[in-house]
Design a protein around this ligand. Structure first.
Ligand code: AQP
Length: 327
């Protein structure tokens, strides 16, 4: 059985970008793999977090995992901060990486742009992400396309470590989605949709009420030629909406282009609002049943126990192979 690992940061309400690019795949992978799904709370503090919000958002991501269909009897759901080995291996991998390679990470460049001095954690974020993945002998990592560069670094670090200290880590593979690997911002369709974008109409969150979804989609940026056609280079806004429509409805982009031929953007957007709201209603209904239930904490406790078992065995191997005295 193959191992799968992935995670989401508790930095705000989960967007349809997080869902279509990553979490939706988690559900498929839990069926035939030994899957570990983490709320990566240690990653979220690479930028300042309000303690109450961090607490609330961490439980919210875990509840959302279950609301979209993750089943704790089929996969392991846990909080990253409950398993100390993440921070520990993160340090070891920092010592295996260079400032040159970390400086090339586009997420660091984007998130530190305009700051004279950026948080150190933001800079070393990819080594912690590598630790998350390598601790679980992961074969597949379902993540959105924005994380591909970090995954390549993870592979490099695993191979570098194995070459130097002998076979210690499994070298993981990136698994890309066919539709939805990168959902773009609704107001500025050339940048990716993000939970932490200050403009709430740049995104749709899984917990958004129907009128907010309607408002954000109806005012989303398109273009002036009124043709519903997939052409990401010249029609970034419409192409993004087609991707969202296709991912939620299961209809192919070709079929959607045919369906809306000659109908213009108004009709297309109105029908997209219905498709998105129908999917969100189902998810929100399940989420509301889970978020305040005692079962949520139980799932996280059981998940942490199972994760610790695997992570501590990997950490023992790492230390032994590097020459640390293990007692
Ligand atoms: N726009 C996106 N399209 C497709 N996939 C996306 N992901 C994020 N945005 C998109 C994928 O969602 C998973 C969880 O992401 P994360 O929370 O770990 O961090 P992120 O990639 O930095 O996501 P955000 O929404 O942009 O968060 P903030 O604003 O806090 O930085 C990952 O698999 C990611 O690829």
């Amino acid at each position: 059985m193959k191992r799968v690992f992935s995670g989401v940061q508790p930095t705000g309400n989960i967007t349809i970008g997080n869902y279509l690019g990553a979490i939706k795949q988690f559900v498929t992978y839990q069926e035939d793999n030994d899957a570990f799904y983490c709320v990566v709370d240690l990653h979220s503090i690479t930028l300042p977090q309000d303690p109450k919000e961090l607490h609330k958002n961490s439980l919210s991501v875990a509840a959302m995992y279950m609301a979209v269909g993750l089943d704790p009897s089929k996969c392991t759901i846990f909080l990253q901060s409950s398993v100390k080995e993440h921070a520990e291996l993160g340090w070891f991998l920092q010592c295996m990486s260079s400032t040159g390679e970390l400086s090339r990470m586009t997420q660091f460049k984007d998130k530190s742009r305009g700051q004279e001095s950026a948080p150190t954690g933001l800079f070393t974020y990819p080594t912690l992400m590598a630790a998350d993945i390598l601790l679980y002998d992961t074969n597949y990592v379902p993540v959105g396309n924005d994380q591909k560069q970090h995954l390549e670094l993870t592979r490099d670090l695993a191979m570098r470590f194995n070459n130097r200290f002998g076979k210690t880590f499994v070298v993981p593979e990136y698994k890309e989605q066919k539709v939805g690997a990168r959902i773009m911002s609704l107001d500025e369709p050339t940048s990716k949709m993000s939970k932490s974008n200050p403009n709430e109409h740049s995104r749709i969150c899984l917990l958004d009420p129907p009128n907010k979804v309607k408002k954000s989609l109806m005012r989303s940026t398109t273009d002036s030629d009124m043709e519903v056609r997939f052409d990401p280079e010249n029609k970034a806004g419409v192409s993004n909406l087609l991707t969202i429509y296709s991912a939620f409805s299961g209809l192919s982009i070709k079929d959607l282009e045919k369906k809306y031929e000659g109908l213009g953007y108004g009709t297309f957007k109105k029908e997209l609002v219905v498709v998105v709201n129908d999917s969100l209603a189902e998810i929100q209904d399940k989420y509301n049943k889970i978020i305040d239930s005692p079962e949520l904490l139980e799932v996280l406790k059981t998940g942490a126990d199972r994760a610790r078992e695997v992570a501590s065995a990997t950490m023992d191997r790492v230390k032994k192979n590097m020459g640390f005295v293990t007692l």
